[in-house]
Ligand binder design. Structure first.
Ligand SMILES: [Fe+2]
Length: 294
């Protein structure tokens, strides 16, 4: 999916175009491939990050694309997370991983157009409430024209994928037989939870999905689920009840892997009551949450 032309990739491009049209100030991402031990969390502050290689993806697709790290926002995120008592620190040597840069390349093929990007780690204890709180802590940045993205996987169990076509033919999208029932069940549960819940109910329902009977088959490890909880934290305030959450695109591959693209919230103009009896029309940007991708 990270290399081929897919519905998911087309949607990322659309999200990138929309972000540019909305003139977003920056992008804040949590991927599924970087986690810190004990109670730590880190924010990338490498001014010239390299890009770690991605298995099965042709290097020419990413080698000339230059990252645009946002050190000022990284330090701001660190301050915000510290204020909420997270054990957070900068990481000045972190190289970007394909969970973030390959999504950004699809969104902004011309790297000179990519807004500044801040990357935040997960915590390797994979506590769902912790990751919701990280998103909730950074949520105010959405109102300052930041786009927040969690990139992981809705159904992502590498042990249960069928790798034969990939290994023999470098092809993953054939789907010559249907996905297994646990994959279909969890994919459907995820869609239902996202589209039928808003605000704090979304946060709770996303956490509750970890108790779904098919969760452990759909997620062999918790790492690809945490970014969705980060996104739900960032879009799960009472104020977010006004906005629908949608499943916008989807790509199955390797028989059992489902890459669902969810958007929480929307860009819109809102009317907020600031004083009793006095309405003030106010431009409020609610950047998109592109959930669960790489
Ligand atoms: Fe991944």
């Amino acid at each position: 999916m990270l290399e081929a032309e897919t519905e998911a990739g087309d949607y990322w491009k659309k999200c990138g175009d929309e972000a540019l049209a909305q003139n977003v100030k920056g992008i804040i991402m949590m991927g599924a491939h970087w986690a810190c031990l004990n109670d730590k969390i880190e924010v990338a502050t490498n001014p010239n990050p390299g890009k770690s290689p991605c298995p099965f993806v042709t290097p020419s697709l990413y080698k000339d694309w230059v990252p645009n790290p946002d050190l000022a926002t990284a330090n701001r995120c660190i301050s915000m997370l510290k204020a909420e008592r997270f054990n957070v620190s900068p990481n000045p040597t972190f190289d970007w991983i394909h969970d973030t840069f390959l999504v950004l390349i699809k969104m902004f093929p011309d790297f000179t157009k990519c807004p500044p990007v801040t990357i935040i780690s997960m915590n390797a204890r994979y506590d769902p409430w912790y990751h919701v709180k990280v998103g909730a802590t950074l949520r105010p940045l959405r109102k300052e024209k930041y786009l927040l993205i969690g990139t992981g996987g809705a159904v992502h169990n590498l042990y249960r994928n069928n790798w034969i076509d990939m290994l023999l033919y470098r092809e993953s999208l054939g789907q010559e037989r249907p996905p297994e029932s646990w994959a279909l069940d969890f994919r459907q549960a995820t869609e239902d939870v996202v589209t039928q819940n808003r605000g704090p109910a979304l946060r709770k329902a996303m956490i509750r999905l970890m108790q779904h009977p098919a969760y452990r088959e759909a997620q062999a490890t918790d790492d690809h689920w945490m970014p969705a909880l980060f996104a739900a934290g960032a879009a799960g305030d009472w104020e977010d009840e006004a906005d629908p959450n949608v499943l916008a695109a989807e790509t199955w591959e390797l028989v059992n892997m489902c890459n669902s693209q969810f958007t929480f919230g929307s860009y819109r103009t809102g009317i907020h009551k600031v004083k009793e009896g006095q309405d003030r029309k106010e431009k409020i940007l609610r950047p998109r949450m592109v959930g669960i991708a790489a």
